[in-house]
Design a protein around this ligand. Structure first.
Ligand code: ZN
Length: 287
């Protein structure tokens, strides 16, 4: 059964580790993340962007697939199904479809409007026992066509949003979606520190986990980051493993063209990346 992310993140803050959010794109992706979480006894959050939602034939299809897998694969670790960077309408649609968690990304609205819309969604999620993530300060890079510059959030605005009763808060601290440019300035721990000083035990979320150096990840966790989003890194490992298979001509040997064989190296590569991240984040054996 899907659960809200609240309990797993409260435990993560207390235990000084982070739970990974791994974005899913299809059946293989979902199965790889769920099996890795189970094998490593780690709580996990499955992330779905609105674009991935459309690609996978809508939120109801995803809820059906994930719930089916939880049962058929005998998954017993806590699993949350979470909308990533949701619009106001998208969040409502996911709640109706059976997601256990949503992110409302109102960071591109003026703060007053972000507050008003977040407040409304908090009330709905509270009533249904779902978790909700809000964002302050846009996170850099491109995600589903939304481009941000990687600004740092205003800690006072973070406090205002945290006080609305959100479960977790994504604050821009110079992080970027996708690959980091060579001249990236790094995470702003000053901002993170200031945000945590005002928001207390609120689980903080680090987006754009691909390519942030390990020491920075560990320091961020020590400063209250309890959820880290990983998306691009799984895509890169999947693509590299698939490329290797094709370039070696394996799809032309025997029944190597069978999708169950063709997609197997990419599937294993996602599993390896997810395991590596769970070890880095410290969530292994915390289920
Ligand atoms: Zn993000």
């Amino acid at each position: 059964m899907l659960v809200s992310a609240k309990e797993m993140l409260t435990k993560a803050v207390a235990g000084k580790y982070a739970v990974g959010q791994f974005n899913i794109n299809n059946l293989e992706w979902t199965k790889a993340v769920l099996l890795t979480a189970q094998e490593n006894q780690s709580p996990v959050i499955l992330g779905v962007s609105e674009g991935a939602g459309k690609y996978m034939c809508g939120y109801k299809t995803i809820v059906g697939m994930v719930n089916g897998m939880l049962e058929e694969l005998g998954i017993t670790v806590p699993v949350a199904l979470h909308l990533d960077h949701g619009s106001y309408e998208g969040a409502k649609a996911c709640i109706a479809a059976g997601f256990s968690s949503v992110m409302f990304d109102g960071s591109h609205y003026p703060i007053e409007e972000n507050i008003a819309k977040t407040k409304e969604l908090v009330a709905i999620c509270e009533e249904k026992g779902l978790s909700i993530e809000a964002e302050v300060g846009s996170i850099g890079g491109e995600e589903d066509g939304v481009v941000g510059a990687g600004e740092c959030a205003d800690p006072k605005e973070c406090k205002m949003i945290a006080d609305l009763g959100v479960t977790m808060l994504a604050a821009g601290i110079g992080n970027i979606h996708g690959k980091y440019p060579a001249n990236w300035a790094g995470l702003s721990f000053e901002t993170l520190d200031a945000v945590q000083a005002l928001t207390g035990d609120m689980p903080l979320v680090l987006h754009g986990g691909t390519g942030i150096p390990e020491e920075m990840i560990k320091k961020a966790i020590s400063l209250g980051v309890a959820k880290i989003n990983v998306n691009t890194e799984c895509q890169l490992s999947f693509a590299a493993a698939t490329r290797k298979y094709i370039e070696a001509g394996k799809d032309e040997q025997g029944k190597g063209f069978d999708p169950r064989k063709l997609l197997a190296p990419g599937f294993e590569a996602i599993k390896a990346t997810v395991k590596e991240k769970m070890e880095l984040f410290g969530s292994v054996n915390k289920a």
